[in-house]
Design a protein around this ligand. Structure first.
Ligand code: PMP
Ligand code: GLU
Length: 389
């Protein structure tokens, strides 16, 4: 038989962040001395209270199908969390729980993007956005940010790329891979440009709890107009160290959109894991806040340490990120070819990082500090030795 695969999937690339993390794991399993700074995954364990919520759910036999959008108690917990933490007013009908924030994004693009619709993506961007836009037959329109402007888009840049076909703007704050956080004023200025347009904002707020300097503002909280056009995406993976539990959610004031997504989620997923839903309620209702704060403090310490050490290496420089757990390191004084640089780092000194080109910006690499201080120190020393030659 001669297999023919759908263009839709053959045109997609595998996630480079996942590919490198898997390769590092494989090399380690073969006994190689590898230090991995590639994964965007907290090294902490899921908080005990959350685990207990899951154990209780199993013991009580909460093991059956649930409502597609999530159980009512979970939707209420999310609604309360969004009001309490983010000053966002969403009713339970305006929230859908998905199998990870990545799945929320997939659903949103599928529901909103038609052929040739333009999606504005600030670059550097998280690897998944352009692939999912392509999967929806949409067109990626990148705004290239600069280090000099803290990797944030300017209002002039935004105005310059808007066309009658613009359907959506993606905002990631704090950003993966740069860790930059948009201030309230910056979001207000963006809101002002979008006013009187039909452009949606997709606000990916998955790193919201990991902010070290300044304050976090939800895009939808700045005005009624922004609330209406914004689809807020968040999840448990990063804040609660729950990457493997697979839970994310989307919220939109457009109940028709929620209904449509609910409809096709009922045909594709049915619902996310019932046990994860019970655990998520505990994670979101404030019971794990102390654990979240302890992790944030540990990440801040690692950020400060890693930044100082990295900036001490001749040829490298990095802006201290305000949030998330990545350093986006400028290596352009050494080479612009980030793929080759990261390949050499892995092969020659056993340090796994992600090339900037995967995020749309060559001359940089991403170093995740979601790992222990000792490994960070050792890894940066290896990078320094490699560069010294
Ligand atoms: N958005 C961003 C910016 C991310 O870095 C990630 C990391 N995986 C996600 C969404 C998706 O997270 P998850 O699917 O684990 O909820
Ligand atoms: N978001 C994480 C990262 O950027 C996890 C990997 C992925 O989902 O692509 O590394």
């Amino acid at each position: 038989m001669q297999a023919h695969y759908a263009n839709r999937v053959t045109n997609l690339s595998e996630s480079i962040t996942i590919a490198i993390s898997s390769l590092a794991r494989e090399l380690k399993a073969q006994g190689k001395d590898i230090l991995s700074f590639s994964a965007g995954e907290p090294d902490f364990d899921t908080p005990q209270v959350v685990k207990e919520g899951a154990i209780k759910a199993i013991q009580e036999g909460f093991t059956k199908y649930t409502a597609t959008a999530g159980i009512p108690e979970l939707l209420s917990a999310i609604s309360e969390k969004l009001a309490r933490d983010n000053n966002l007013n969403y009713s339970a009908k305006e929230i859908i729980v998905n199998s990870g924030a990545k799945h929320s994004l997939f659903n949103i693009f599928q529901a909103l993007i038609d052929k040739d619709d333009e999606v504005i993506i600030p670059s550097p961007y998280w690897v998944t956005y352009p692939e999912l836009v392509t999967f929806s037959n949409g067109k990626n329109v990148f705004i290239k940010t600069t280090q000099a402007n803290n990797f944030k888009i300017t209002i002039e840049q935004l105005k310059a790329v808007i066309t009658p076909k613009t359907k959506m703007l993606i905002l990631t704050t704090p950003s993966n891979p740069t860790g930059m956080v948009y201030s309230r004023q910056e979001l207000e200025a963006i809101g002002e440009v979008l006013k009187d347009t039909n452009i949606w904002v997709l606000s990916d707020e998955i790193y919201e709890k990991l902010v070290y300097d300044g304050t976090f503002t939800s895009a939808g909280s700045i005005s009624n107009d922004m609330l209406e056009r914004t689809i807020t995406v968040n999840g448990l993976s990063k804040a609660l160290a729950m990457t493997g539990w697979r839970m994310g959610y989307l919220a939109s004031k457009d109940q028709k959109l929620c209904k449509l997504i609910n409809g096709f989620q009922s045909q594709s997923l049915s619902n996310i894991n019932s046990i994860t839903q019970k655990a998520a309620i505990v994670g979101l209702n404030g019971s794990a806040d102390k654990d979240i704060e302890n992790m944030r403090i540990a990440f801040k310490q690692r950020r400060d340490f890693a930044c100082e050490k990295m900036n001490a290496i001749k040829g490298l420089n990095v802006i201290k990120p305000d949030g998330a757990f990545y350093l986006f390191v400028n290596c352009s004084a050494i080479t612009k070819d980030s793929m080759q640089f990261c390949k050499d780092l892995l092969e020659q000194v056993g340090v796994a990082t992600v090339p900037g080109i995967g995020f749309g910006m060559d001359g940089y690499f991403r170093f995740s500090f979601a790992t222990d201080l000792k490994s960070i120190e050792k890894g940066i020393q290896r990078i320094a030795d490699f560069i010294k030659g």
